[in-house]
Design a binder for this molecule. Structure first.
Ligand SMILES: [Zn+2]
Length: 197
């Protein structure tokens, strides 16, 4: 029906989260119609990002520079580390302008079901950062899911010996809730009302 290039585009777009085959066809058609104003700039932006993006060697954030622009920002408080599951959660915190410390991106949660243990996550580097001193508080902002809670408790155990206080986001985060889906006000409230872990 369509040329091979168009079929390939539909197939690739259909792999994006939230896009099934039908939406992928709609998006493809839209791109084809807006070739100069949307498709070409998008294609260039994708190529640029793919070539430039790297994981921050300190916190695991994705950026075009390493250390990332958050770790390198001297106006932010390096004494506070907010631990998040994913870069999307970091973005949610930044969108709400809730926090002006540093982050640590775990890259997921512990999950017995999926066979994800501590070694699969960016945990060793976090312990190293906290042990290095200068950290006054670690805010564990993993999601309010079973795996998120398990991960928070594991971190509390591993970091207990450092004596650095750990806190956890408080009420407002619904059980099973993921940070990225919270409105900024709810996330800000949960952050302010964080409690000792
Ligand atoms: Zn960083």
């Amino acid at each position: 029906m369509n040329g091979a290039e168009i079929e390939r585009l539909i197939q690739l777009l259909g792999r994006l989260p939230g896009l099934g085959p039908r939406s992928a066809r709609r998006v493809t058609l839209h791109l084809l119609k807006k070739r100069e104003t949307l498709m070409q700039p998008l294609s260039a932006a994708l190529a640029d990002a793919a070539g430039a993006i790297k994981a921050c060697s300190i916190c695991g954030n994705l950026d075009t520079v390493d250390p990332c622009s958050i770790c390198a920002d001297a106006s932010r408080d390096a004494g506070l580390i907010c631990v998040v599951e994913d870069v999307g959660d970091l973005w949610a915190m930044e969108r709400g302008r809730i926090f002006s410390g540093h982050y640590h991106v775990l890259g997921g949660t512990l999950s017995a079901l999926d066979g994800i243990g501590p070694d699969e996550l960016n945990i060793g580097a976090l312990i190293g950062r906290v042990r290095a001193g200068a950290v006054r508080e670690v805010i564990v902002a993993t999601n309010a899911t079973v795996d998120g809670q398990t991960t928070a408790h594991y971190l509390a155990e591993r970091l207990a010996a450092t004596g650095v206080p750990l806190t956890r986001l408080a009420h407002g985060v619904p059980v099973g809730g993921e940070l990225d889906w919270l409105d900024d006000g709810t996330l800000a409230t949960a952050f302010k009302a964080r409690r000792a872990l």
